[in-house]
Design a binder for this molecule. Structure first.
Ligand code: ATP
Length: 450
């Protein structure tokens, strides 16, 4: 399948099946802004849950936080965002379109899409800095003193709470604080569907370490974050870890590596792991006059921890899982579209179907569906259309398992479990169904990747 076709197919499947809709569509939309429909919102929730499980719940050394989107504006002055959070931009003097100066290679002239900006006869301006933060006003009067910013990253809320968390939990370095939440950037060239939008959700974790241990932990988190994507079924051949060259590094970073995925539009950043040194804590300490250091009562050592930060975007992760899972398979008689999503992140885990809409099968199927819901499985009941069509619909939604109730079930309490990936069917006693499905969810491996 041609790669640009793949992206079009993903966009169309997302709309058709209720993953992602263009925002404000009835008013003509608002450029590159999207809403998540019933399946999309489940996918996002599961990606967040999978991240949170791995980063917080399964660990003894990381705790969570939910900080405010609008913080004291000094936060962004101190962090360097007010002065430096900008992309260099160039304008086309002819068509007035604006492009990122560092991404001209990938950009297209809006009037002549076969050409790059500047190659279309239009002259480009010198690059100018463009601040990416959304400004707003707090309180009833708009004025200099009421300016505030929507956070462009969740990380700063974590730094501001470093001391609060350390004191309330009595954790000591090395330890981490994780947060998932919305961030806002006035991106000048959003695009590639939900890959780059102006409003998005981030999953960030700041891991505070003794300065002498920074390189060890940086290596650790690069490996750990890379592995997470593989464990959730992403094709390892389409993933790479790319270390930034010195000239690419952000002002606060000693080292950064990006987990990159090979998207239909080329390699792109999925997540960044940065060694932010003691830059943020030191700056906030200086600007606020508050001591943001760690004092070890045993060794009497006092230091400002270094910070290793894995920072990813939930929407970008969800898009990546969708792209990677998408497949069109030629079967004997027809073709099927299937999303081979890991069962842990698939929006629906089980489809429950009566074989036919009579003879007590719907009642029995409803009873089994309720039992599965109570056991915590995301369950979808469907009695419309032929059974083969119902399986196909769930294949397209990425539902890994379907349970069919037939005439025999009423006699022997045994159902058919149909597997999305192999399309194989197995007979399973109702009494063993939840254990069977639970093992199938956790033991899942993508068949063509093992
Ligand atoms: P880029 O170079 O793509 O602009 P960045 O290096 O500025 O990204 P970070 O500041 O490191 O991104 O943000 C961490 C993560 O947040 C990114 O890896 C990405 O997954 C996500 N992210 C950043 N900007 C956006 C956006 N505009 N839309 C969606 N996700 C984003």
């Amino acid at each position: 399948m041609a790669q640009h076709d793949l992206m079009d197919k993903i966009v169309s499947l997302c709309k058709r099946k209720g993953f992602v809709f263009p925002a404000s569509e009835i008013y003509g939309g608002i450029g590159n802004t999207y809403d998540y429909g019933p399946l999309g919102v489940e996918l996002l929730r599961r990606v967040k849950d999978a991240w949170w499980s791995r980063m917080v719940t399964e660990r003894a050394d990381v705790v969570g936080l939910d900080s405010a989107i609008i913080q004291n504006p000094q936060t962004w002055v101190t962090s360097g965002h007010v002065g430096g959070f900008s992309d260099p931009m160039v304008d086309c003097k002819k068509c007035k379109a604006r492009f990122r100066a560092d991404k001209l290679e990938d950009a297209r002239c809006p009037e002549k899409p076969s050409k790059r900006p500047g190659e279309c006869g239009g002259e480009l301006t010198e690059p100018r800095e463009f601040n990416l933060m959304f400004k707003t006003h707090v309180g009833p009067v708009e004025g200099e003193g009421s300016v505030a910013y929507l956070r462009p990253e969740t990380a700063q809320g974590i730094f501001l709470n470093f001391k609060n968390v350390m004191e309330s939990t009595r954790l000591k370095p090395p330890f981490g604080i994780a947060q998932i939440g919305k961030s806002f950037r006035n991106e000048i060239t959003p695009g590639n569907f939900v890959f780059r939008t102006r409003e998005f959700e981030q999953a960030e974790m700041e891991f505070f370490v003794p300065p002498a241990e920074d390189e060890k932990w940086y290596e650790y988190w690069c490996k750990e974050r890379f592995q997470w994507y593989i464990d959730l079924g992403i094709d390892p051949d389409k993933l790479r870890l790319r270390a930034h060259e010195a000239k690419e590094l952000a002002h606060y970073a000693k080292a950064t590596s990006d987990v990159e995925y090979e998207y239909p539009f080329g390699w792109g950043e999925l997540e960044g792991i940065a060694n932010r040194t003691d830059f943020d804590l030191s700056r906030h300490s200086e600007a606020s006059g508050k001591d943001l250091v760690y004092f070890d009562p045993q060794t009497k050592e006092k230091y400002t921890p270094y910070v290793i930060e894995p920072a990813g975007g939930i929407n970008r992760m969800a898009l990546t899982f969708l792209i990677d899972a998408y497949d069109e398979e030629q079967l004997e008689k027809d073709k099927r579209t299937v999303l081979h999503l890991h069962p842990l992140i698939a929006p629906t885990t089980v489809g429950v179907f009566p074989l036919v809409k009579k003879e007590g099968m719907p009642e029995k199927a409803h009873e089994i569906a309720s039992g599965l819901r109570r056991a915590g499985f995301s369950t979808f009941y469907d009695e419309k259309a032929a059974i083969g069509r119902r399986y196909r619909r769930q294949d397209e939604n990425g539902t890994p398992f379907c349970v069919t109730i037939d005439g025999e079930t009423l006699a022997d309490d045994v159902v058919t479990v149909r597997h999305r990936d192999s399309m194989e069917q197995e007979r399973v006693p109702v009494a063993e169904l939840t254990t069977y499905l639970s093992e199938a969810v956790h033991g899942w491996k993508r068949p063509d990747r093992t």
